[in-house]
Design a protein around this ligand. Structure first.
Ligand SMILES: [Zn+2]
Length: 278
């Protein structure tokens, strides 16, 4: 039954992916995937989400996070990790290599903390995990879709241990200041800018509403949420200059990670590092 579910899910993903292919942009290249090692990449359309490793199907966004994870968390096998998705190559990598991993999705029709099909339901604005549960938190392309991101960041800081670290991606658009596009109001959504929807490579459909376009001032929100240091850095580009800048936030001001050398060249004490693009 599980095999059938997986096959059905794979077929759905392939169908969704095929509908997004831009034939003019299709190309192949060889390179290194942080999850698989030497591999080949295919570009399905001109976006970091459209660049995939042919071995694990990771997007360039996943691979950027994977490179940052390798640099900043060299002792992953000793860490408990919280990842805000339950599927995909990053979740699979964490499940294989971390000491423990809590994977979740947000379902609108079951209680927070409940489990469906082996996947726990979590709302990042109201996590059900206990304080100081994790060494590492990761998420990709989630925060811009969260109505109250300040509350979400405070929750993510709460569930991290005193020497914890969070690594994540959001589209940064080359902005300095964050542009609020929409906000929740009395059970509805008020649009401050024309609605923008991002592609959902797993679910397809009309896409997901973006509540904001982040600028590098996202580091100020991280410091306000209780993180001691936060910065933006640029991992190696995957292929065709695609990839995402990765946002990194530490809970403590120590210079190393449990005795390991800190690798990030752009690290600073709460100083935003302006990097172009997402
Ligand atoms: Zn791969």
């Amino acid at each position: 039954m599980l095999a059938l579910d997986n096959a059905t899910r794979l077929m759905k993903r392939l169908r969704i992916t095929w509908t997004q292919v831009s034939l003019d942009e299709v190309a192949c290249a060889f390179g290194r995937c942080p999850f698989c090692g030497p591999s080949a990449f295919v570009r399905l359309y001109a976006d970091s989400v459209g660049v995939r490793c042919i071995r694990c199907f990771a997007t360039a966004v996943h691979m950027s996070l994977g490179f940052a994870l390798r640099s900043h968390v060299p002792n992953l096998d000793a860490c408990s990790v919280c990842e805000l998705s339950a599927r995909g190559p990053l979740a699979a990598h964490l499940a294989r290599h971390a000491r423990s991993v809590a994977l979740s999705e947000y379902f609108t029709d079951i209680s927070l903390g409940a489990v469906r099909g082996g996947v726990r339901c979590e709302d990042v604005q109201h996590l059900t995990y206990a304080d100081a549960s994790f060494d590492v938190v990761t998420h990709t392309e989630v925060l811009e879709h969260v109505p109250d991101d300040r509350r979400a960041l405070a929750e993510l800081r709460r569930v991290l241990r005193a020497d914890g670290i969070m690594l994540f991606t959001v589209p940064l658009h080359g902005r300095v200041r964050t542009l609020e596009r929409a906000r929740p109001c009395a059970g509805s959504i008020v649009h401050l800018q024309p609605p923008a929807y991002h592609r959902d490579p797993l679910r397809g459909g009309a896409g997901i509403l973006a509540f904001r376009d982040y600028g590098v001032d996202i580091v100020e929100r991280l410091l306000a949420a209780g993180f001691t240091r936060a910065w933006v850095e640029s991992p190696p580009k995957v292929a065709w200059d695609h990839g995402r800048n990765v946002v990194i936030a530490r809970c403590s001001d120590t210079t190393g990670w449990r005795g390991h050398r800190q690798v990030g060249r752009h690290a600073g004490r709460g100083v935003p590092v302006g990097l172009p693009g997402g």
